[in-house]
Design a protein around this ligand. Sequence first.
Ligand code: NDP
Length: 254
Amino acid sequence: MTQADSNAAKDPRVALVTGGSRGIGRAVVERLLADGYDVSYCYRSRPADADLIERLAEKHGRRVFEAAVDVTDAQAMADFVAASEKALGPLGAVVTSAGIVSDAPLATMSPDAWHSVIDTNLTGTYNACRAAVFPLIKQQGGAIVNISSVTGVHGNATQSNYAASKAGIIGFTKSLAKEVARFGIRANVVAPGLIATDMTDGMNEKARTKVLRHIPLGRAGTAAEVADAVAFLVSEQSAYITGQVLQIDGGISG
Ligand code: NDP
């Protein structure tokens, strides 16, 4: 085995991204392809422009593997991780970006709004990490980045379900970081503030103006700016960082 082969075995450049079809997850897929990773990603409905991601991968000489996998389905997620490893080889990085909102004041929040958000955001993160952790342990290395939110740190009116799911991701990841460090695996959280994606496109103008007033940098962030942070946290440049929460929020939480 050459030194390069041995390094590749220790640091397989294969990343798995949940919710990789749109928004932040999509920007992460694009960024990791550009950084030299082969990438597998999942979504609920196949994006109409999936071929654009294929072309981007070809441009960078990388491979992609994609599938419709509902992150709330533990068995489907385990099957996806196995299929990804078969297609692209051993995993080295996992990024969980699949997430939804279903906002309402608690007084009128339906059980469905509560459970769907907790199931997708928190249990979906558990399902992906649970399915991927043994393959990473086998590799004796790897990086996990779970996407939370500033709402999970500070709370937000009408988002008690979302805040609970995102705060849960932080506790989950900090515990996981302590548990898997001895296998050379790092786990960190990225907590974005207001980022321009489909998720926030539906916000009414009054609410958007109110939030923008509280962002010291005076604008929403871009998905690519969140992907920059994720790329750093999966890379060897962050080799001594684990169990941390990195807020990408224009200063709103400072
Ligand atoms: P988008 O709505 O733009 O994209 C969400 C992605 O998650 C899509 O790829 C979607 O797939 C996928 N997804 C949703 N539910 C499931 C599911 N059950 N199984 C599989 N995939 C699923 O959201 P954002 O990019 O804005 O958000 C990404 C993450 O960042 C989320 O966790 C969100 O909570 C978090 N975040 C976003 C912020 C923002 O301001 N945008 C701020 C803070 C955190 P499909 O296209 O098939 O629906």
